[in-house]
Write a protein that binds this ligand. Structure first.
Ligand code: DGT
Ligand code: MG
Length: 373
């Protein structure tokens, strides 16, 4: 079919940052299958295929109606033959056999298990898999070398693979704010990531911290972490110092903001006043403990970079990727979580809010709950 203006299907915009994508939508069964295909492709080292499935899934997540036939998908951007076959199969059989087969394959199961360890990416997991690692206990082999992140990840594996609920996140927020305000009472602290997009659970809790006076931010993370450690609530952390790499060269994956990647011992609500809460390295069964391990990211951004850092840390990952792709392809501007750069004029373009950044890019503002691309 030739798309025309009256055809609602032809109005799906090509970039995810031009669309509104809520957490809940009408085509979850199909997008679940496509997300599995995307993950499996990433596990096989095929980033391009993975991105193709992610893009198709993202388009379907933004549709305001449930697909009734594969015909309806034929006009949709990014929904090629493979995606249409998945849609057809699910509409006819209620299941995608390819996704089912992948999920139960040994490679997928192992890659899922191993990449579920904090500090383990696809490449490491793949190497271990090739070396014969099939279970977590196989990592006790002295030939397998774990770095300190991975050791901590393994030690807290069960807790860290337990979803962080919104209630957990709110208690972490209380703990983080209570700590940081001791040192600087008028800091701006924002919970970012999935929880800012309205998710009810997540894999970690992300915070962005700023203050108009840069001096107020200096040494702050270290003081905060020391304090939490003195409360016996710090299980592990790594600090990344602020780096002054040329701003426009930074990708969103590795920005130059000062960051603390931590694992906190979050006391359970009913026991937060008891004295048995100090973890002391005792990793007994979660139910027997008065706390759970939670991954927490604390990011410090200079005040003038705050809107960019907020936009960069609110996600989703695909929304971020699309924002950068749109900026570069359509506007010849380079966007990251430090700023927006005009590469031709060799200058940065300031902004004081997320709304202003969208407007500078010629995009309609998309509030965080609609960035679940
Ligand atoms: P979750 O935690 O799995 O429920 O989902 P999200 O959406 O909170 O994902 P998360 O926590 O991995 O990342 C939140 C956003 O922050 C995401 O858009 C990507 C961005 N982000 C994560 N890690 C980094 C990093 O090291 N540097 C930068 N610049 N951005 C990051
Ligand atoms: Mg997160």
């Amino acid at each position: 079919r030739v798309p025309d203006d009256k055809d609602p299907l032809s109005t799906v915009a090509p970039y995810a940052c031009q669309r509104r994508t809520s957490i809940t939508h009408h085509n979850a069964q199909i997008t679940d299958a496509l997300d599995i295909l995307a993950k499996a492709a990433a596990f096989q080292g095929s980033e391009v295929r993975s991105l193709a499935f992610t893009r198709a899934a993202s388009v379907l997540k933004s549709l305001p109606y449930k697909l009734q036939s594969v015909e309806e998908a034929k006009n949709l951007v990014w929904c090629g033959g493979h995606c249409q076959a998945v849609i057809q199969e699910i509409l006819e059989d209620g299941v995608c056999h390819e996704a089912e087969a992948l999920m139960t394959s040994e490679q997928y199961r192992c890659m899922e298990l191993l990449t579920g360890i904090y500090g383990v990416g696809v490449r490491t997991a793949e190497r271990w898999y090739k070396e014969g690692v099939r279970n977590l206990s196989d990592l006790e082999n002295p030939n397998i070398k774990l770095n300190s992140d991975q050791k901590a990840g393994l030690a807290h594996y069960t807790d860290l693979n337990q979803p962080v609920t919104r209630e957990d996140a709110e208690r972490v927020e209380h703990m983080v704010k209570d700590t940081l305000y001791r040192f600087v009472p008028d800091l701006k602290i924002t919970m970012t990531g999935g929880f800012l997009r309205g998710k009810q659970q997540g894999h970690d809790v992300d915070f962005l911290i700023t203050h108009p006076d840069e001096e107020a931010l200096s040494g702050l993370l270290k003081k905060a972490v020391d304090w939490i450690n003195r409360q016996g609530l710090l299980l592990y952390h790594t600090m990344k110092a602020r780096s002054h790499v040329h701003a426009y060269k930074r990708s969103t994956h590795m920005d130059g903001h000062e960051t603390c990647y931590a694992i906190f011992a979050l006391p359970h609500p009913d026991t937060s006043n008891s004295e048995s809460e100090v973890p002391g390295g005792d990793l007994t069964a979660p139910a027997a403990r008065a706390w759970r391990a939670v991954r927490v990211d604390l990011v410090v951004a200079p005040y003038n970079e705050y809107p960019f850092a907020l936009l960069g840390w609110t996600g989703s990952k695909h929304f971020e990727r699309e924002l950068r792709r749109f900026s570069w392809n359509e506007k010849k501007l380079s966007l990251n979580s430090h700023g927006l750069y005009d590469m031709e004029k060799n200058c940065s373009i300031p902004a004081t809010s997320e709304e202003e950044i969208f407007s500078l890019l010629g995009l309609q503002y998309v509030p965080p709950p609609y960035r679940n691309a």
